[in-house]
Ligand binder design. Structure first.
Ligand code: AMP
Length: 179
């Protein structure tokens, strides 16, 4: 977990590669669906362009498909999901079906000013100033209740500062996860 621009994709890719498990990024999957102009991509489009969250049922459909992959049996990394308590509850239902459990949540934190700086140079369609601000607000509003919810349900949450050199940040994550 982490705000837009925190480096979830970069760090998630490194970690998944190291662990030899698939990484599922709901943001990447939605962007691909949009490029392919699938019904799902087209439905998600208006939310994404506004910096709003895509409805939970659509997102949970993506995750259900991902977890049903044979490759996911030995573990998986979820990037940018869950983002709401509803999604977390939906994930629990799916995990109960596969008999799997979450090992840990990595919470990547980055100060807002740094995020604005990073995203305004990234050049993605939803990286306009106004949309970035909206995405940060959405993140702030949902993330605290979600982390509290996970803490209460006993899932390990590790917080890592996502500022600095990419390799240093990865090293911090590995250390926190005791990997
Ligand atoms: P990301 O690449 O993770 O920053 O996601 C880009 C956009 O995709 C977000 O601003 C949302 O509109 C949408 N999105 C990605 N993941 C989720 C999710 N788990 N729940 C709702 N919307 C999502």
């Amino acid at each position: 977990m982490g705000p837009p621009g925190a480096g979830k994709g970069t760090q998630g890719e490194l970690l998944a590669r190291r662990l030899g498990i698939p990484r599922y990024s709901t943001g990447d999957i939605l962007r691909q669906a949009l490029r392919d102009r699938t019904p799902m991509g087209l439905e998600a489009q208006r939310y994404m362009h506004e910096g709003a969250l895509v409805p939970d049922d659509l997102i949970l459909g993506i995750i259900a498909e991902a977890l049903a992959n044979e490759e996911s049996e030995a573990g998986f990394l979820l990037d940018g999901f869950p983002r709401t308590v509803g999604q977390a509850e939906g994930l629990n239902v799916l995990l109960a079906e596969t008999g799997q459990e979450l090992d840990a949540i990595v919470d990547l934190s980055v100060p807002d000013a740094e995020i604005m700086k990073r995203l305004s140079t990234r050049g993605r369609k939803d990286d306009l100033q106004e949309t970035i601000r909206r995405r940060l607000q959405v993140y702030e509003a949902k993330q605290k209740p979600l982390l509290d919810w996970y803490a209460k349900s006993g899932v390990r949450v590790v917080s890592v500062l996502g500022v600095g050199d990419i390799d240093d940040i990865q090293a911090r994550i590995l250390e926190q996860l005791a990997l």
